[in-house]
Design a protein around this ligand. Sequence first.
Ligand SMILES: Cc1cc2nc3c(=O)[nH]c(=O)nc-3n(C[C@H](O)[C@H](O)[C@H](O)COP(=O)(O)O)c2cc1C
Length: 228
Amino acid sequence: MIKVYYFSGSGHSFAVAKYISQQLNCEIAEIDGKEERLSAEKTAVVVFPVYCQNIPKQVKIFLQNITSKYIVLIATYGKISYGRVLYEAQKLVSGEVIAGAYIPMGHTFLSGDYSFDTEILSPIIERIKSPQRVHIPKTRKNPLSNIFPAFRSRVSVEITKNEDCNNCGVCEKYCPVEALKNGRINSKCIRCLRCVTNCPQQALQYKNRRILKKYLDSFHKDEIVVYL
Ligand SMILES: Cc1cc2nc3c(=O)[nH]c(=O)nc-3n(C[C@H](O)[C@H](O)[C@H](O)COP(=O)(O)O)c2cc1C
């Protein structure tokens, strides 16, 4: 049995996860921090975004708890850098990693374009059908990536709520870092935009500061990496 799990702030990782589940004709589930719901399917495909060259907190917890025999790790990134996220993810899981990939996608703060080169995934889908252990090597990580990531996001992206907010609490449920109360954002916010993406009233909006857009536009790392 195969299952695709995903965590997605702004839809890019979801697009990849959905494609894989369609190709394999298997179940897809969102990582929601409720580890007790984990079932032990033989193969788990885990798709998630790179956040400041790190694994999102919720995904870390999930990886530590997953009991599948075979695991595929796929990280989407916004064409800046991916650090050594897959190497770190490999260390968290107890099962055998059989494939991994870094997929360049639009950046959360720049793009609503979820397209990607689906050909990247063909050899991974084949590998899932005949599993074989793979070793993901340690790649370079910027030593500054762990320095106040929430603060850096806060100064560059602004999230506001409008009068359509009816305090339904959905945004709080989706927030991976418990940074929301009644649509108001506190200092824990990492600007993943999962609240904005999932608000049923579309009452949350975000705005990039001009300096951030300039910074992000200066990167065009389009590197696809596949480990088999
Ligand atoms: C808080 C935050 C930090 C990010 N850090 C990085 C990064 O270090 N390198 C990078 O290339 N992209 C980075 N991105 C961009 C995302 O990794 C990329 O857009 C990803 O595909 C988003 O997936 P999602 O839409 O499923 O959340 C970051 C995005 C956010 C919101």
